[in-house]
Design a binder for this molecule. Structure first.
Ligand SMILES: [Zn+2]
Length: 77
């Protein structure tokens, strides 16, 4: 499980069940297991500090790579 954090303020955004290796380019909403503080509106996903984190694409969030960091382990499938 990965914890996704804002790169600017280090706030926790959500927990994500990442399957397989590779970069976190998108987050599928079905695999977000816990939500912390962020706002979703007008297709933009923003941290509570106002920084853009990603773009809402419906079933997944297209992540802005420089806007977030993550820690934890990816699940191998
Ligand atoms: Zn932030």
């Amino acid at each position: 499980m990965l914890v996704i954090r804002c790169a600017a303020c280090k706030n926790k955004l959500w927990k994500y069940d990442k399957i397989g290796p590779g970069e976190v380019l998108r987050c599928h909403k079905a695999r977000i297991t816990k939500k912390y503080s962020f706002t979703a509106g007008d297709q933009k996903i923003q941290c509570s500090c106002g920084k853009d984190i990603g773009i809402d694409k419906g079933s997944f969030i297209k992540m802005i790579s420089k806007a977030f960091t993550y820690s934890g382990t990816k699940r191998n499938c």
